[in-house]
Design a protein around this ligand. Structure first.
Ligand code: TYC
Length: 116
């Protein structure tokens, strides 16, 4: 639950119109909602070249060579690994970019997203 700080707005204690209260409750803090976050994952396969996966991580996930190599080897050894965490639309865009780029280069690399 989320407490909402409020302020009374009206004529209480104003000295106006005794006996006729017109107060309303107003929000004092803007109502904000944190966006849901999604992990973008790469899946291992036996055919996509390691160098191609490193390139994907550099190009679409802004990883430096060292981080990209570490993530690629993690996927290679464990079957799946995280490339980043994004809001829904950004995650969806990354998945599409990776899948399209891999397809264009005739690699079977799979990229998926999952809610955190
Ligand atoms: N297993 C691949 C190979 O040995 C390399 C690879 C790593 C493929 C990560 C996909 O997401 C992947 N060439």
């Amino acid at each position: 639950m989320n407490a909402i700080p409020v302020r009374l707005q009206g004529n209480e204690g104003s000295g106006d119109t005794p006996g006729r209260s017109t107060s309303v409750i107003t929000r004092t803090k803007p109502k904000t909602k944190k966006p849901s976050l999604y992990r973008v994952l790469l899946l291992n396969d036996d055919y996509t070249p390691m160098e191609f996966v490193i390139h994907i991580l550099e190009r679409f996930f802004q990883k430096d060579r060292e981080a990209a190599t570490r993530i690629m080897l993690h996927v290679h050894n464990h079957g799946v690994g995280e490339c980043g965490v994004f809001t829904y639309e950004v995650a969806e865009t990354k998945v599409t970019q990776v899948m399209d780029f891999s397809r264009q280069h005739q690699h079977p690399l799979q990229c998926v997203m999952e809610k955190k």
